[in-house]
Design a protein around this ligand. Structure first.
Ligand code: SF4
Ligand code: SF4
Length: 388
């Protein structure tokens, strides 16, 4: 057995019961059993190809905002993170100590947000995020997950949404936003469970929980565009999926299935999702594959594609263009994952500034928000790389 590569700079390690309690119950043989099971049953040619084709050139480093925001510290480079995690597990055939696993969990959950930017820099096209995701999967199966993000996965399992929103609270939130919007547009409705509508509009749970007015704004757009749309009242309305980030693929699969079954039950023609990129990734890339679906059983459109469609078909007219410069951050799951970057840039006029920096929201901010803070996951990179 061995430990991981020692870090080149000390990290601030906070206690986290999600890691500490689980690690106290583990030993090398328990860890090895799970690692070997995952390697044998859930990985294959893809992992082998990535591990065997990496030439350790380090060209991926400049793609990673963690590396850049930690002054080029090699332990934060993509290849450095793989070296501290999955390579270490492979090298020792999974036989590593609980303390070594702690280090791997911290890297996997708080120092890589699975954005895949580094894959664009790698001459071999190696997807580091995939290898870090495999590490998260192993940690999840061993019960080693930062407590705060695990709570969101528990919420998914219990309520089918990530914010513990109860069924009556969800419906109340929609009725509340409908009332608010009718002050402005008296004929506006948020149609619930309408059979056979052209569109089912779905959101992430933080919307009813923290930013309910976003539902109001979407309802205004959908109504003013004259669309035949609906929102579901039953569990399955939340399209997000934090279980995808914890490595709990069983819950991830349940969530995706529920979401699409709801749309099928309502016989809608397509699902329009709100802006959340991680939720979008979970339906077009990760959750669908886990379920063995070649494509989604009901077509899914991201908000960016949808608004683009409304604007280009003239259903939605822009009354007044926003003239000031805006910064469009580089959303990994929408831009790199789905190639939608041209569209928001065109909407925003000729002055859009694109920040080629991924922000570590969702899985990292939540994982590292409290107990598991090991470094500074949300450090800013310098703006020198911005493109005007
Ligand atoms: S992942 Fe790609 S860019 Fe990074 S060290 Fe390996 S071969 Fe080089
Ligand atoms: S996936 Fe993103 S955060 Fe992770 S190593 Fe690559 S660039 Fe860095």
């Amino acid at each position: 057995m061995t430990g991981t590569t020692p870090p080149t700079a000390p990290r601030k390690i906070q206690p986290d019961p999600g890691l500490d309690d689980a690690l106290a119950r583990l030993d090398e043989s328990k860890i090895q059993k799970v690692v070997q099971r995952v390697l044998a049953n859930e990985t294959g040619a893809r992992l082998k190809a990535y591990v065997e084709t990496c030439v350790r050139c380090g060209l991926c480093s400049d793609g990673c905002h963690y590396y850049l925001s930690h002054d080029g510290d090699p332990q934060y480079s993509p290849v450095g993170k793989v070296k501290q995690t999955i390579w270490e597990l492979l090298k020792h055939k999974g036989r590593v100590s609980p303390e070594a696993l702690r280090r791997m969990a911290l890297v996997a959950y708080t120092e890589c947000n699975l954005c895949r930017r580094c894959a664009m820099y790698c001459p071999m096209g190696i997807d580091t995020a995939y290898m870090i995701q495999v590490t998260r999967r192993i940690c999840h199966l061993l019960g080693v997950t930062p407590r705060y993000i695990q709570d969101t996965a528990h919420s998914h399992a219990a309520t089918m949404n990530q914010m513990w929103v109860k069924e009556d609270e969800w419906i109340d939130s929609l009725l509340w936003q409908e009332d608010e919007a009718r002050e402005e547009i008296p004929h506006l409705r948020i149609p619930l469970d309408k059979d056979g509508a052209d569109i089912m509009y779905s959101v992430i749970a933080p919307e009813p929980k923290f930013q309910t007015q976003l539902i109001y704004l979407a309802a205004v757009i959908l109504n003013e565009s004259g669309l035949n749309w609906t929102m579901p009242s039953a569990p399955g309305w939340d399209n997000s999926d934090m279980a995808m980030f914890t490595g709990d693929f069983e819950i991830m699969g349940r969530l995706k299935r529920k979401h699409f079954e709801l749309a099928q039950r309502l016989k809608v023609k397509r699902i329009v999702m709100g802006e959340c990129g991680h939720a979008f990734r979970s339906v077009y890339d990760v959750g669908n594959r886990w379920l063995g679906w070649r494509s989604e059983p009901v077509p899914v459109v991201h908000a960016i594609e949808f608004y683009w469609e409304l604007l280009t078909t003239g259903r939605l007219k822009v009354a007044r263009k926003y003239e000031k410069k805006v910064t469009f951050h580089d959303p990994c799951n929408i831009v790199r994952g789905r190639g939608l970057h041209e569209r928001p840039a065109k909407w925003s006029g000729p002055f859009v500034r694109i920040s080629w920096r991924c922000i570590p929201t969702g899985n990292i901010t939540i994982a590292a928000a409290r107990e598991a803070e090991s470094s500074t996951p949300a450090r800013r990179t310098k703006p020198s790389g911005w493109k005007a």
